[in-house]
Design a binder for this molecule. Structure first.
Ligand code: HEM
Length: 249
């Protein structure tokens, strides 16, 4: 039976249809393995070789991967929240009340989004400190460190813009204080505050701007930079390996 299956598979591999889809034979040597990685849509962005040590849990504790997972949770719960939210004054606050008292599982949805947001800020910082501790900012990873700094800023700004959306007292005054701090910047401060709020006050223009930034602009920037970040981890030869990675603990 096994031989018959094997023969049938061999015959299938000789057909034109098979060859038109799979251009290469089985990956049995280092060369054909490399070609298999290069020629596959899903694998081509991976390096053909990685150091075994850089695959160990200790190399990153998956802190960056967990940050990404939280980003995905935020995107999914964020889209679900968008079904119930209007970025308008005072409807935004009423929508928060509806999420609490009317929408099925509304409290759960909102709580997951908030909790994931707080955890993401924590995890991104933790990931950054861990990378720093391991010297992951040194060549050849220095460009990825810069991409990481941009991701940190985007994460913080996502958190900040989301803060205004419930349109409650906490949100209103937090953004008032935050934008006043921005306006203290020399020369450009007032201009940035004006552009951010769409005026001189935290009002409906500000709510709309923060909404668009929070739901469209910043997530898009994050997706682009996360893609570059992941790609660079692979192309820089995997994670940083330290001499003491061999030590047993
Ligand atoms: C949205 C935020 C971020 C995400 C989703 C993310 C994701 C990742 C992932 C998945 C890795 C592979 C290792 C791992 O799983 O930990 C990684 C590596 C790395 N990240 Fe991040 N990261 C983020 C923010 C940052 C920040 C803020 C920095 C530093 C300022 C940074 C710098 C680096 C560097 C330099 C590496 C390579 C580490 C090495 O060579 O050992 N990342 N990141």
């Amino acid at each position: 039976m096994a031989t018959t299956f094997h023969q049938a598979f061999e015959r299938l591999r000789e057909t034109r249809v098979w060859k038109s889809i799979f251009r290469r034979g089985p990956a049995l040597t280092n060369r054909t393995r490399s070609l298999a990685v290069f020629g596959n849509l899903f694998l081509h962005w991976l390096p053909v070789k990685v150091r075994e040590k850089s695959l160990r849990v200790r190399a990153a504790y998956y802190l960056g991967s967990i940050s990404f997972l939280l980003f995905v949770v935020l995107a999914v719960t964020g889209v679900l929240l968008m079904f119930y939210y209007h970025p308008a004054v005072p409807q935004a606050y009423r929508d928060m009340k509806d999420l609490r008292f009317v929408v099925s599982n509304g409290v759960f949805l909102r709580s997951v989004h908030r909790l994931a947001a707080q955890l993401m800020v924590l995890l991104v910082f933790w990931h950054m400190f861990h990378v720093f501790y391991r010297g992951g900012y040194k060549p050849p990873h220095e460009f990825n460190w810069v991409v990481g700094v941009i991701l940190l800023l985007v994460t913080l700004f996502l958190s900040y813009t989301g803060y205004l959306l419930p349109w409650d007292q906490l949100a209103f005054w937090a953004i008032t204080v935050g934008t006043n701090i921005i306006s203290a910047m020399p020369f450009v401060g007032n201009r940035i505050r004006f552009e951010l709020l769409g005026g001189n006050l935290v009002g409906e223009n500000a709510l709309l701007r923060f909404y668009v930034l929070h739901c469209v602009v910043l997530p898009l920037i994050a997706v682009i930079f996360i893609a570059v970040h992941f790609w660079r981890v692979q192309k820089d030869g995997g994670l940083t390996v330290r001499p003491d990675d061999d030590r047993k603990r």
